[in-house]
Structure formats: structure tokens, C-alpha cells
Design a protein around this ligand. Structure first.
Ligand SMILES: C[S@@+](CC[C@H](N)C(=O)[O-])C[C@H]1O[C@@H](n2cnc3c(N)ncnc32)[C@H](O)[C@@H]1O
Length: 269
């Protein structure tokens, strides 16, 4: 499995795009939107006194994945703002933010046209739309957005500097990048420097690894059931790895701390 991940990370943009398209196509064919609209590891609160996020019944089954979005954007008021999400996947985060936090407009961008088509059909919500695009070359004019959301998508970008510079370009002055993704400690040191060098000021930086592991612990059973229900047996191992269920290599890397999970709030200077 480590070999597959290493191959994927070092592959060209064209190969990554093909792999994601295959993955999205497979998921679209197998899973209804009502079963699965998130593709992230999730987040749970560590403090048991923390009042839990109030959700509509329809959002309960993917609560942990939704909480990852909530905790990533919670520090910044998005009401009446123009927001772009880069790497929106199946649109669960975009739907949550648009319905609950009421931005003026929300665009979910993803490089896979299959998933964008699925999203535009499944998430029919006023002020929300989805477009095909590449994180490293955003199809927007300078200073178009008040905030950019980026959840669990960036680690595989071939040119992270190009992404950060595009974020800086399309953000309005004082606009925010709300970011969450996995890194090693060393990769994170580099990432922080890259943000600063590009003119994005670090307002908040937090390692949420324990929150993510807690969510995976509580959500593993649901993830395994979803895999067992629809994925051919020969792909169970791969699917469990992708989903980071208990016992997967990625879960172990989280548990032993060799991978960390970083959340940033950044502001254009
Ligand atoms: C692990 S999924 C996360 C999806 C979503 N953010 C979530 O949390 O459910 C990563 C997403 O990033 C998209 N992606 C990867 N590289 C991209 C790029 N260069 N430009 C745009 N989207 C990209 C993939 O197609 C995939 O939908």
C-alpha cells in the first residue's frame, strides 16, 4: 500500500486526474448521494463538554466528515461572502456551508468532471454551483473571493507553490484561506514557510490529529459497512486504505504520529 501511495504522490497531473476520475466514476456508480457526500477522514471534538454541533437529521450520518469542514471554517464569518472551495469532491462540505452558514455565493471546484456533474445534479441549492478546474490554475479573475476553502485535497498537488500563488491572486485583500490536510512534520514546516513567502499570514495553525483519530475510531464501522455493501471483495483492502479504517496503514500512521493533520486559517496580507 505504501508503494501505491508513493506512486500516486509522484505521478504526473495527467495520471492523478485519470485516477481520480476512475475513483469518482466508481463511487458515483455504486453510492447514492444520500449515502456518501464526503471523502475525508473526519473530525470529532475532544472535550466531552463541548456542545455538539446541531445538525438536521439528513446530515447526521456523515457527522464526523461534516465536522471537519465546520472546524476548518468556524473561525471566519462566511455569511454574505463570496466563497470558492478547491477540491470539493462529492460536495458535502459545499452543501453544508451553503445551507448552514449562508455565504452570498459558493463555488465548489474539482478537477474531475464526473464529480462536478454529479454535484450539479445532486446538490440543487440556491447560491451553490460546481465547476471543473485545476487548483494550480484557477479559472477566475484577480480578487474574486472573500474566502477559499481547501479540505484534504492539497497533498497531491504537483505544484503546491502554484496553488498558493493562485489562492493569493484570486483572494480579495484581507481574504482568508481555510485549509485542512495531512502532512509529515517536515512537510508542514515547509508548508508554513510557503504560505508566509506567498503573502498569506498565519492567523491560526493547529494539529488536529487527535480529533481526526477520534473520528476515525468512532466512524470506522460505518465506513467498513459502506465498503462491504458495494465494493467487490478484491478491492476491500484498497477501499479500507482509502477510507483509513482501523487497521489500515494510514490509520496506523496517524496513531503513531508519523503523519499529522494540519488546519490553518490564513489571511491575505
Ligand atoms: C480526498 S478528496 C476530498 C474531497 C472533499 N474535500 C471532502 O473532504 O470530501 C480530494 C479531492 O480533490 C480533488 N483534486 C485533487 N487534485 C486536484 C487539483 N489539482 N485540482 C482540483 N481538484 C483536485 C479530487 O478530484 C478529489 O475530489
Amino acid at each position: 500500500m505504501r508503494k501505491i501511495i508513493t506512486y500516486y504522490l509522484s505521478a504526473s497531473m495527467r495520471i492523478k486526474k485519470t485516477l481520480w476520475r476512475m475513483m469518482h466514476r466508481f463511487i458515483i456508480n455504486k453510492y447514492e448521494g444520500s449515502e456518501l457526500v464526503f471523502l475525508n477522514y473526519g473530525y470529532d471534538y475532544l472535550d466531552s463538554n463541548n456542545e455538539s454541533l446541531k445538525l438536521k437529521d439528513i446530515d447526521e450520518k456523515e457527522r464526523f466528515c461534516l465536522q471537519l469542514y465546520h472546524s476548518t471554517v468556524a473561525d471566519i464569518e462566511l455569511k454574505n461572502k463570496d466563497v470558492l472551495e478547491v477540491g470539493c469532491g462529492r460536495g458535502g462540505g459545499a452543501s453544508y456551508i451553503t445551507r448552514y452558514l449562508k455565504p452570498k455565493s459558493y463555488i465548489g471546484l474539482d478537477m474531475s468532471k464526473e464529480v462536478v456533474k454529479f454535484n450539479n445534479k445532486y446538490h440543487k441549492i440556491p447560491d451553490l454551483s460546481f465547476v471543473v478546474g485545476n487548483a494550480q490554475k484557477l479559472p477566475y479573475e484577480d480578487q474574486s473571493f472573500d474566502a477559499i476553502v481547501n479540505v484534504e485535497s492539497s497533498r497531491s498537488y504537483n505544484d503546491m507553490d502554484a496553488f498558493i500563488s493562485e489562492v493569493h491572486r484570486v483572494l480579495r485583500p484581507k481574504g482568508h484561506l481555510l485549509f485542512a490536510d495531512i502532512r509529515t512534520e517536515e512537510e508542514n514546516e515547509l508548508l508554513r514557510e510557503r504560505f508566509k513567502m506567498a503573502g498569506l499570514k498565519v492567523i491560526k495553525e493547529v494539529n488536529i490529529l487527535q480529533n481526526v483519530v477520534k473520528a476515525l475510531d468512532l466512524d470506522s464501522e460505518r465506513r467498513c459497512q459502506l465498503i462491504k455493501k458495494k465494493t467487490p471483495k478484491m478491492f476491500h483492502g484498497l477501499a479500507e486504505e482509502f477510507s483509513s479504517t482501523k487497521g489500515s496503514q494510514r490509520y496506523e500512521e496517524f496513531a503513531d504520529g508519523s503523519m499529522i493533520y494540519m488546519q490553518y486559517v490564513l489571511q491575505k496580507e
